[in-house]
Design a protein around this ligand. Sequence first.
Ligand code: OSB
Ligand code: MG
Length: 370
Amino acid sequence: MLIKQIELRELRMRLLNPFETSFGVTQDRRIVLVKVTDGMQVGYGEVTAGEGPFYSHETSETAWHVLRDFIIPTILGKELADAQEVGPYLRAIRGHNMAKAGVEAALWDLEATMKGVSLWKLLGGIRECIDCGVSIGIQPSIDRLLATIDKEVSSGYRRIKIKIKPGWDVEVIRQVRAAFPKIRLMGDANSAYTLSDVDIFRKMDKYDVMMFEQPLHYEDIVDHAELQKQIDTPICLDESIHSADDARKAIKIGACKIINIKLGRVGGYTEARSLHDVCRDNGVPVWCGGMLESGVGRLHNVALSSLENFSLPGDVSASNRYWTEDIVHPPVEVSPEGLITQRSGPGGPGFYVKEDLIERLTVRCQIFSV
Ligand code: OSB
Ligand code: MG
């Protein structure tokens, strides 16, 4: 496949509701889309960076810069046998995984369309229906949180993740568990705690929580291993894991029992699959994380979740939880049983984009051609 043209596009999209985590509140998204063409077919990817450097160092702006000034000049005009071959070209650029993943995923989409197979099958996926969970931000009150959980459970979602932070933790978990004795419940701290908070986690241990996601520092694995020794609830790592090698080391020292995989955080499908395999070979289940994506990134997450070891419900949920109108047609929908079915048509997200809506939401666009 010849990388003949790459288009970068930034869209403004307003979330239906503000989303609050321990690191801040988001409502207006700056979505960067990458469109690649060989002159015949197109592939789409999404850069999942946030607006500010709070979940990770990357932002929509840094991704645009690194794509425009480094990634695109390196790969434009190159002839690849398949999407995986882009890896060596990106290796010299350190970090900026979300920028890399935006273009890498677009190439996988393009490859699937060129081959006339669906993306999830090209990836080697086996799950035609994926189990869905939701991620619920910090709410103004516990009553509001309980009402939101009730709504999501009624919609069919199979696992509820709530965001926690100091002061919004033990009592919240206690009340949620009291109101919903049976749900699969987990807490995501986004690195809001330190090892000196072990007693807080010990207290939450007794509420049958599936896992605590990224309780400690975003670059740490050593303290996580120490915390895991002192609590029964499994630790799941998110922010600390950027590669298959990070996962190998974290598992080796006992820093986690579960890993959340995000395409952007790990730099694309090739690394995501290696990471998935390392976890599978060590008996560590994985699930697909979310980054408040538009339909393009969302459909990529659905495809990724088809791999065998994605055995826990992910943060991959319906378009209508985020947007009045999504940029893919049909939007991503979840069945009353809490499942999303893979698309059987050829290609991936690029096959379903609404070009006219994308055009209307665009605030900047730059085209690079050979
Ligand atoms: O930690 O998983 C996270 C959103 C933005 C940044 C980090 C995270 C999240 C979510 C939302 O939890 C998942 C989603 O619904 O897309
Ligand atoms: Mg997380």
